[in-house]
Write a protein that binds this ligand. Structure first.
Ligand code: NAP
Length: 526
């Protein structure tokens, strides 16, 4: 399939006329063909107006049609073959095997949402029978189902050009809910975005849906993203990226005449607690696994363990020495974009110069362009608790080891931390009492708590939570990965005393969809 540099607005290919953009190959340090036309508010308006027009027909499609649509997107993405993976590799410098895995994940999550849609439990169909004889007042017939909120704006993430981008988790869950989607392409992977956008555009046509169900807009600078968030037709937004970008969009959405939610996944340093029993038994093993996790994908994961907490004592030094040795064997590698590489370099330089922080290892230099040299730092809990900057995320292959004098100090640091996507405990049975104390705090701080593993790697499943209190996300009640992500784009509607022939199928007495429903407080498939 040819990449043309056009936007995809409904069924049309539209050439932006507000300047030009080019994708960049960070590994070869050069721009890539073709030239993309940048769009602006006119194209956003057209895409959003089409999405609004598509909303009612799309949300009323049968569960089967919607599930089949999601599966068709998955098939069309696979149909792009190596063209997609090769382009994503050129635009991101991520290894081919990683991108093939990411494609499988993208396809897998579309299929997960297809089966979720078919099964229909997300409708939350709930029936409270009328009680005409109830005293002192009769109870009406009440029936509830969830419906989609309306068109959703999606901002793809730079670090997952497939799984968190044009057909990623935000788009898949919004389309599953019944919401048309307008995606703002990430400038770091414009060609990948167009290819995947065309796969979705074709699926819309293949399935005979309204063309406004999907659009892809491209633009330079903030104008196009701001226009998308501010457009009255957009009722919710999914975003993954920087804290500054996410907050700017949250604020913009709150200032609208009709404020809307922005589900922004932003910043997390993913604390990693090595408790004393685990430190005594497995210091070296934990240290090498931890460095693999820190440097995986050049550290460009939102779940990267950027903070390690250990107790003082001889085993701490074994851990630090093993971690330093493992990190020093890692070479510098190309990051996703020159901007992200510069931000990493700036963060590392700043941390190196911070009072009370020691550099304990650096990786090996290579001739890679736009590269990040891994770095490991250490400090004391007292220093950490008094230097707010030490809690800032440095996006890339680096981490900070914090030594705590005792368990109370470790809990104090946990209590001090901002919200996180994950918190990891390395524990042995003899650590369980300390773990129990820490968990009271960590449940309040993190969306996912792990034991004896590493936080990088996020399963797409029913029980996954990829979310957490601010600044991990802008709304701790939601997840952006896994089946529950659909909840972000739904709202409940109650039907009181509606005549039977006006009720939606999900709430009819004869239950034609064979849904599991809550009937007078009891789950039944009737
Ligand atoms: P970003 O700068 O926040 O950009 C993400 C998307 O939002 C881009 O499409 C960007 O468009 C748009 N955007 C950002 N600020 C905006 C604003 N004020 N108004 C309108 N649109 C806006 O994130 P990034 O480019 O992916 O990476 C930059 C940094 O984000 C990294 O160095 C890292 O610190 C962090 N990051 C975090 C995660 C995570 O999972 N937590 C993931 C990736 C990156 P334009 O670029 O066209 O403005």
């Amino acid at each position: 399939m040819q990449i043309t540099g056009d936007m995809l607005i409904g069924a049309s290919e539209v050439r932006g006329t507000k300047g030009t953009l080019r994708a960049f190959d960070p590994a070869r340090n050069m721009e890539i063909e073709p030239e993309f036309g940048a769009g602006g508010t006119i194209e956003v308006d057209r895409a959003c107006a089409l999405a609004a027009m598509a909303f009612d027909s799309y949300r009323q499609t049968s569960l089967e049609v919607r599930a089949h649509f999601l599966e068709t997107i998955a098939e069309n993405i696979l149909g792009l073959g190596d063209t997609l993976v090769d382009r994503a590799q050129a635009e991101s410098a991520l290894p081919k095997a990683r991108l093939e895995g990411e494609r499988a994940r993208t396809v897998g999550q579309l299929k997960l949402f297809a089966s979720l849609v078919r099964e229909g439990r997300w409708l939350t169909a709930t029936l409270d029978s009328a009680q005409p004889d109830r005293k002192p007042l009769p109870r009406p017939d009440l029936r509830l189902q969830k419906i989609p909120v309306g068109p959703v704006g999606v901002f793809g993430a730079s670090n997952f050009p497939l799984a968190f981008s044009v057909a990623g988790g935000d788009t898949a869950s919004a389309l599953a809910a019944g919401c048309p989607v307008v995606v703002k392409a990430h400038p770091a992977h414009l060609g990948t975005s167009e290819l995947v956008g065309r796969a979705i555009q074709k699926a819309v046509a293949d399935c005979g849906l309204h063309e406004g169900v999907f659009s892809l807009v491209i633009g330079a600078g903030n104008e196009i993203g701001e226009a998308l968030v501010q457009h009255p037709a957009i009722k919710s937004v999914g975003f993954t990226g920087s804290r500054a970008g996410g907050l700017a969009l949250v604020n913009l959405a709150q200032k609208r005449r009709e404020p809307i939610p922005v589900f922004a996944e932003m910043s997390s340093i993913n604390p990693f607690f090595v408790l004393p029993g685990a430190l005594a038994k497995r210091a070296e093993q934990i240290a090498t696994g931890f460095i693999e996790s820190v440097t995986l994908g050049v550290g460009q994961f939102c779940t990267n363990p950027g903070l390690v907490l250990v107790l003082d004592g001889p085993n701490k030094q074994t851990f630090i020495d093993a971690a330093a040795k493992a990190l020093s064997q890692k070479s510098s590698q190309t990051m996703l974009t020159p901007g992200i590489a510069n931000a990493y370099q700036g963060g590392i330089t700043h941390r190196t110069e911070q009072r009370g922080v020691q550099t304990i290892a650096r990786g090996t230099s290579s001739d890679a362009t736009c590269a990040a040299l891994p770095a490991l730092f250490q400090t004391s809990a007292i220093q950490f608790l008094t230097s707010a900057e030490l809690e800032d995320e440095i996006f890339g292959p680096t981490s900070l080891i914090v030594t705590c004098a005792d368990v109370d100090e470790m809990i104090k640091v946990a209590e001090y931390l901002e919200g996180q996507l994950t918190a990891t405990l390395q524990i042995e049975p003899e650590d369980h009492d300390i773990a129990r104390r820490l968990l009271v705090t960590l449940e309040r701080k993190a969306g996912r708590i792990l034991a004896n593993s590493f936080p990088t790697g996020v399963e797409v499943s029913y029980a996954m939570v990829h979310g957490g209190p601010f600044p991990a996300t802008s709304d701790s009640r939601a997840t952006s990965v896994g089946a529950m992500a659909i909840e972000r784009f739904l709202r409940p509607v109650c039907y009181q005393d509606l005549p039977a022939d006006l009720l939606p199928q999900s709430l009819r007495d004869d239950n034609p969809l064979k849904l599991w429903r809550l009937r007078d407080g009891k789950p039944v498939q009737a």
